[in-house]
Design a protein around this ligand. Structure first.
Ligand code: SF4
Ligand code: SF4
Length: 237
């Protein structure tokens, strides 16, 4: 089998990925001759538009949800290779996608230098990568997210909605994803699916809560006008 270039995301800033699984997968894949790079946090690289992403895009990526990664790469006009869900799938299922038969009960321990490498990854590689990303295969460009957001995260260009200022998005607020009638908005760092791009329905949103959200938004808008609240994200929140 042809050896592959593989990138594994260790998701250090919010720890959605089991680090032992990362170490085990990297050990097994390397042992079979694949070229494996472990990165600290793909979301942060996307938000900071890292120059290294072009190289990452050429590899097969093991990260959280393929739908979220696809939307991130589309946002930056980068191609995607094969995407693997490391968050929900067990190590044996992921390795079988590389034609590796893995028996956890009889497997060796993860390679110590790989474990050390993962431990040494920065836990806060940059600004907290909390931002929305649009699944263009679902978005109808209705503009509701743009009208709802108070912080200039979205813009409309040639009748198409775009995320332009992801860094303005308020930490832990996924409200615009709930406003979207097409469920096209993904927050990769949200804890639960489907908002984080996962396929399992871990959380349901009560449509009646939408009214409250709009009322809260209105109050915030009035306060914003009165006091000139900053549009900038506060990373300490
Ligand atoms: S949310 Fe997904 S893509 Fe983002 S850092 Fe975590 S694993 Fe990587
Ligand atoms: S609300 Fe949803 S469907 Fe409408 S423009 Fe925004 S992302 Fe697209």
């Amino acid at each position: 089998m042809r050896n592959k270039k593989i990138t594994i995301c260790a998701c250090t800033s919010r720890s959605f990925i089991d680090k032992n699984k990362v170490a085990l997968l990297a050990t097994e894949l390397k042992e079979k001759g694949h070229e494996v790079a472990i990165i600290a946090d793909l979301c942060e690289m996307v938000m900071s538009r890292s120059n290294d992403l072009a190289e990452v895009a050429e590899t097969e990526i093991l990260a959280c949800y393929p739908r979220a990664i696809q939307a991130q790469m589309d946002w930056l006009n980068l191609p995607t290779n094969k995407l693997h869900d490391i968050r929900n799938n067990e190590a044996d299922a992921i390795l079988s996608e590389f034609d590796i038969v893995f028996d956890q009960a009889n497997s060796k321990e993860a390679d110590p230098p790989i474990i050390d490498q993962i431990k040494g990854l920065p836990s806060a590689p940059g600004a907290d990568a909390w931002y929305p990303i649009i699944d263009k295969s679902k978005c109808t460009n209705c503009g509701k997210c743009h009208d709802f957001c108070l912080f200039g995260v979205y813009t409309i260009e040639n009748k198409a909605i775009k995320v332009v200022q992801p860094q303005n998005c308020k930490n832990n607020c996924p409200a615009c994803a709930r406003v979207c009638p097409s469920k096209a908005i993904i927050f990769p760092k949200y804890a639960k699916s489907p908002i984080n791009g996962g396929t399992i329905e871990e959380e349901q949103f009560d449509p009646e809560a939408l009214d409250n959200m709009y009322q809260e938004r209105l109050k915030y808008r009035l306060r914003q006008r009165r006091t000139g609240i900053s549009l900038q994200k506060n990373n300490n929140k």
